[in-house]
Design a protein around this ligand. Structure first.
Ligand code: SF4
Length: 442
């Protein structure tokens, strides 16, 4: 069976007004891109158009109203945000067909309105952000997308053909967005891209000046600057290139969380070659050992694919042995499925579904045992926990530095009266299972 993937809905943006409005537009678009939306440079190609208005002067209001009118005439599905959103009655009186009107900095409302007008296409094959349903990230954590596209050509993946080659955002734009997120209450930023560690390669790691300092368009420099903003900084989709060792240095300085999400996908050299995976270095185990020497509590999260064409029982056993050696803290596993347009579809040696199923169960059993052992090592320790939810019975749940939202585990707290969502509090870990920790505020 070959999977055909729906294309992402496209959003158009007309941004009027001052630099603050521009930052709002960038933030809205970043969230939408992170949610899998594509952008449209013209009205005709957009499924919905956002008009970010200015209402400072009468002339600016008139310009905003004209822009709304043009978007309605050219596209029809229009969401209005920005300063003129305060005058919703005036807008509605002239354009009753406007889908939604919000004021400035109401990012969540704008993104919700876009979701209503053009529901996102969720796909485990395309989305960087876990399928958290249609929930927006709460204010206390935020995804920060630093680049689009990818220069690699993994055999099972069609992202480069859909989203193009690597296109890194300028460091200043990322830092401006990150500063706004932290100012807006974000306690944790999750850096995402198709290949986070390749950030800036397309910009040839150009040096720019920021606040009098020189800054390379390079993941190490960017992570250092982002980490200095004071929120937890979590790195996703890192490939184990040699320069990742420098990120370990930032962890020892406390600028980056002791957490790396590395999508290894497999361990067997022949399968990795067939997959055409980047940074496919046989010495990865040795490097993991060195990383853990430097950062003993480093948490590694990864994803793997079983049943890739040509995967033999020996390849699979190699993967299990590697897993036992690498002691990956958290891992997801997918059974290989052909995706329409992927090069891997032409590979010989299709693995029967029953074999994929059996390998998947063996993988999950092995990984659960490793996760359980690694979590048990945290019992008795006091960990900082970022509170995500409060329940009605004096309990709460949150995450330690070792767990990303949605994909990893939680820390469940008892006797947590008085804590609020977004607080970071010390927690004494009393118990653990194969997924979660249990504890009490220390
Ligand atoms: S690194 Fe490979 S799997 Fe990831 S987006 Fe690029 S081509 Fe796809």
């Amino acid at each position: 069976m070959t999977l055909a993937l729906d294309t992402a809905p496209r959003v158009g943006m007309v941004s009027l007004g001052c630099p603050k409005a521009l930052v709002d537009s960038e933030r809205i678009l970043t969230q939408l891109r992170a949610d899998g939306y594509a952008l449209s440079g013209d009205y005709a190609g957009a499924d919905v158009v956002i008009v970010n208005t200015c209402g400072f002067l009468d002339s600016a209001k008139a310009e905003s109203l004209d822009a709304i009118g043009e978007a309605i005439a050219e596209n029809g599905k229009v969401i209005v945000t920005g300063c003129m959103g305060h005058e919703a009655d005036a807008i509605r009186a002239r354009y009753p067909g406007v889908l939604a009107i919000t004021g400035p900095q109401q990012y969540d409302d704008v993104v919700n309105a876009v979701r209503d007008a053009a529901p996102p296409v969720k796909s485990a094959y395309l989305d960087l952000i876990p399928d958290a349903g249609l929930k927006l990230t709460p204010r206390h954590y935020a995804y920060l997308k630093i680049s689009e596209g990818c220069d690699h050509r993994c055999a099972f993946c069609i992202i480069p053909s859909l989203r193009g080659d690597l296109a890194s955002r300028p460091p200043a734009a990322i830092l401006r967005e990150a500063a706004a997120l932290v100012k807006g209450g974000a306690k944790e930023m999750l850096v995402i891209a198709q290949d986070t560690s390749a950030y800036g390669v397309d910009l040839r790691h150009a040096v720019s000046t920021l606040g009098g300092r020189e800054l390379r368009a390079h993941i190490t420099d960017l992570a250092r600057e982002l980490g200095a903003l004071g929120a937890w900084l979590r790195l996703h989709y890192i490939y184990p290139y040699p320069h990742v060792d420098q990120l370990i240095g930032l962890m020892t300085e406390g600028l980056v969380l002791p957490y790396l999400d590395i999508p290894f996908q497999h361990a067997s050299p022949s399968v990795l070659r067939a997959m055409r995976r980047p940074a496919n270095d046989a010495k990865v185990l040795e490097r993991i050992r060195r990383w853990r020497d430097a950062v003993p509590d480093l948490a590694l999260r990864s994803t793997f694919v079983v049943g890739f064409p040509g995967e033999t029982e020996a390849d699979f056993q190699y993967l299990l042995d590697w897993l036992a050696e690498a002691q990956i803290d958290r891992a997801g596993c997918f059974k290989y499925e052909a995706v329409e347009g992927a090069a891997a579809n032409a590979l010989p040696g299709a693995v029967p579904e029953a074999v994929k199923e059996e390998r998947w169960h063996r993988f999950m059993a092995a990984q659960s045992a490793i996760s359980e052992q690694r979590l048990a090592m945290k019992v008795g320790r006091t960990l900082d926990v970022l509170i995500d939810e409060i329940d009605g019975d004096g309990g709460a749940s949150g995450r330690s530095k070792y767990d990303a939202p949605e994909i990893d585990g939680q820390v469940h707290l008892r006797d947590a009266g008085g804590v609020a969502v977004g607080d970071i509090i010390p927690v004494l870990v009393e118990d653990a299972d194969e997924a979660d920790l249990f504890g009490v505020p220390a």
